[in-house]
Structure formats: C-alpha cells, structure tokens
Design a protein around this ligand. Structure first.
Ligand SMILES: [Zn+2]
Length: 296
C-alpha cells in the first residue's frame, strides 16, 4: 500500500483511526483487527456474499484459458483484444483530473494504477491494488480525497446507491468525480453484473453532484462491434461455452476494424443514443451554497 495514504484508513466498526503492525492493521478504539494480504490491508468480510468467481471475468478467463501458454498478459491482450476505442475528450478530462488532484481514490481499480497520487481499491487482489474492500463500505475517512475515479464499476456492485453514498462521503466539497458506466454492452460478470445506466441515469446519480462534462466514452461502433461479435459467437457455438469463447476470439478480430469509426462517431452528440459506455465528470457541490440556492 502507498505510504502516503496510511492515514486515510478507518475502522469499519467504529470509524476510529487504525494502527499498523507487520502482520495486520488494528483499531486502537474497538480492537478490531484487519489482516494484511501481501502487505495490503484486507477489509473484506469473510462471507462476502458477492459470488466472487475465482477469475475476474468470464471473457478474460475464457480467453486466458486458451492463451495461458503465453505467460505475458500484454501479449494475451494483443492476441485476444478486448480493448475498445475511447473518446479523446473524456480521456483528456481524466488526465487533467489526475494532474490537478493530489489525493485520488480509484474504486474498482483492477490492475490499473494511475499513479502515486492514486489509492487503488478492489475486491480482488491484483498488481496495483492497495486495499481490498467493498465499494459500499469503504474503510476511509470522510472527505479525505480531492478526487474519486469509478470506471465501469457501478454495474458490478450489489448496492449502487450505498456505493454512490460512500464515494460522496469520502470526497471533499468541491472535489471532482470521474465516472464511466456501460450502456449497450454484453453481460460481463466481473465478478457479477447487475445493471445498466442511460445517459440521463448517469448524470442524475446524485443530487449533490453537478455534471460539469459528460458524453460518449466508448461509441456506437464499439457497441455494434461487441453485439455482432457476441451474436456470432452465440450463433456458431451451438450452446457450448467453450466454442462460444473460441469464437469470441475469432469474431473480435473479424469485427475489430468497425470500432475505428468511433473516432468520428464519438464526436456526434447523438452518439449517446446507442453508446457502448458513457463518462461524466462531476463536482461535489458545496452544501452551504446548495442550501442558499435552494432558499433563493
Ligand atoms: Zn474500531
């Protein structure tokens, strides 16, 4: 875990600060201990009730199964592309957020580490993960962070409202939140998949958040590519999951060039009508200002 974030941790039972030792972190007030897994504090309940599959994703596990003779994950990704074209304006907003903030929380980070100023949280241990914790009960102090990132995560959490409440709680007033959510995308349990958001649904996640900028993150061409890929895999699988996974690889290559159209389509405002994924950058409103606006 990155040392600069050690003082962000609080006890899930009593919300007091935690003390560190070599083998665990312990609450000085109620004496609850949390184990360290590979040096990273583990706040997961033993009975998570999250149906966590041993692998992160059936797409990835399916592909890794066929490509596991290649030890290099990057090579696996190139040979079995599950990467999609992302809108440059959305990427620029994320980069600005990373440059301008000093205490950033990335909820559901996976293996992605966006830098020294980012605390990475996930429910599955991975390369860049600093803390193992659930998004709807974060072991983090109120208003500690000046930015929060939550990318393609809200569809995977069992309780989205509680999760949004937690993102809000740990963020300072005036802080910023960058969220992406899928719209037209296949079912992808990672470890589970509960919901989709429309463009309006994303912009209205929390009344205390003002959407500064929002738009298409992955466009209609990505959506149609993914639908065609999966449709053909299902059609030719004759119901066999193994054949389905094999055909996913083939059809991903076949339809891959389609997504290049998103270079143009993401710029069209009507691309939100059938985008694969949306982004939004919010600012957490100052409570006093919001109240006075309501009165005025
Ligand atoms: Zn405690």
């Amino acid at each position: 875990m990155k040392p600069k974030f050690k003082d962000s941790l609080i006890c899930l039972n009593c919300r007091s600060a935690l003390e560190w030792s070599d083998t665990r972190v312990r609450c000085s007030a109620c004496n609850t201990g949390y184990p360290l897994s590979d040096g990273h504090p583990n706040f997961l309940k033993k009975t998570l009730g999250l149906d966590i599959a041993p692998e992160r994703d059936i797409i990835h596990s399916g592909l890794s199964h066929y490509l596991k003779f290649l030890k290099n994950r990057r090579l696996q990704r190139i040979l079995a592309p599950v990467m999609f074209f992302k809108d440059s304006r959305g990427k620029a907003l994320l980069n600005d957020l990373l440059k301008q903030s000093t205490r950033i929380l990335n909820v559901g980070s996976g293996d992605t580490d966006l830098g020294e100023n980012v605390l990475n949280i996930d429910v599955i241990s991975g390369k860049g993960v600093d803390i193992l914790a659930e998004a709807h009960r974060l072991p983090l102090a109120d208003q500690y962070f000046d930015a929060v990132i939550c990318m393609d995560v809200l569809e995977h959490v069992r309780d989205a409202e509680k999760t949004i409440g937690e993102l809000d709680r740990v963020l300072q007033e005036g802080g910023r939140i960058f969220i992406t959510v899928p719209f037209i995308q296949r079912f992808h349990p990672s470890p589970n998949d509960f919901r989709r958001y429309t463009f309006t649904g994303l912009r209205s996640l929390n009344t205390g958040w003002m959407a500064e900028k929002s738009g298409t993150w992955m466009g209609p061409a990505c959506a149609i590519q993914e639908m065609l890929t999966n449709f053909c895999a299902i059609l030719f699988s004759f119901g066999s999951p193994a054949l389905n996974n094999a055909f996913l690889i083939i059809f991903r290559y076949l339809f891959y060039p389609l997504q290049l159209l998103d270079y143009f389509l993401c710029r069209y405002p009507n691309s939100v009508l059938m985008a694969m994924d949306f982004y939004a950058l919010f600012e957490k409103r100052n409570e006093a200002a919001t109240a006075s606006k309501r009165r005025g």
